[in-house]
Design a protein around this ligand. Structure first.
Ligand SMILES: [Zn+2]
Length: 144
């Protein structure tokens, strides 16, 4: 599991202050579908997944983040809370390799299937975070 140590203290801190969706709870219900270990595809996927988890940490712990984890969960699943008995399946984090060079496409979701599709062409964590934030905010705009 990736999520163990660096965020533990911050989580205690947040948990005492606010009763919100916790990063661990969100990561627990996600499953990344990595390609064969050691392949170039897999390396690219791990980079993007790291950017994704960094983005989630930012949403969870950065007071200046425009989004919180509820916004992310809403974007992926259409609901702000994890149901008491859980979703009908894990959230599948899938990686898209089929984009053209210089593609600018956004992450997409299938809320019923609980799929999050992440193109692998975002250059770094900052780019990923900006794109993910924009995607979620655009979605919120349409939602209400
Ligand atoms: Zn693309």
């Amino acid at each position: 599991m990736i999520q163990d140590n660096p965020t533990a203290m911050a989580q205690c801190f947040v948990r005492n202050l606010r009763k919100e969706l916790q990063l661990d709870d969100l990561l627990d219900i996600m499953k990344a579908e990595f390609s064969e270990i050691g392949s170039n595809k897999c390396k690219a996927e791990i980079d993007i997944y790291k950017s994704f988890t960094a983005f989630l940490e930012q949403c969870a712990f950065d007071e200046t983040s425009p989004l919180n984890l509820e916004n992310v969960l809403m974007f992926i699943t259409g609901t702000e809370v994890i149901p008491p008995l859980g979703f009908h399946k894990e959230i599948s984090v899938k990686f898209l390799h089929s984009c053209a060079p210089d593609c600018m496409c956004l992450p997409t979701v299938a809320t019923c299937a609980l799929d999050l599709n992440l193109p692998i062409h975002y250059k770094n964590e900052e780019v990923f975070s900006t794109i993910m934030t924009n995607s979620i905010q655009m979605c919120q705009g349409y939602g209400n």
